[in-house]
Design a protein. Sequence first.
Length: 185
Amino acid sequence: MARSTETRYSGVAMSLHWFITIAVIANWRIAEAAEHAANQEARSAVMGNHFALGVLIFLAIVFRFAWRAGKGVPPPQSGHAPWERVLARTVHYLFYILLMVMPLAGWLAMSKYGSPINVWGIVEIPPLPVAADPDGAKAIFEQHATAGTVLLGLIVVHVLGTLKHTLIDKDGNLFRMLPFGTPRP
């Protein structure tokens, strides 16, 4: 991974980070709302938004990978302990894996139902050429939900790490991903 000489992420990287963050939390809440829908028709309508937003999250994470590859990332801050660097790297890699795999798994599951994914009437993503398998689709969606729970747990770890660096270490780490404040080298 290329390293930047900057102490903070670029404006594009920051925008992608915060868009993906908000979109993932919104998508979790949308899925939760679907679970409590009054009937199957209402649930399907709500889940349509979940699928559409999942497509946008997938596209944003692909763009983030491309941006990262071209622009690089700031070097790690010098005061972090080795265990902190390993934990941060592990959490980020797990984020990336889940944010790529979860939308693809959702697409595969919808394809096993023979259903396209409609992105708010703008575009329709056709099903993958796979055999119909409603039981397989259901199993994939169950794994997708488990992965979502893991993703939420990783978000908690990420936020706790940010709070530690901001409130205890006072190292300005949070400002690497914000357009204001002063990050420490």
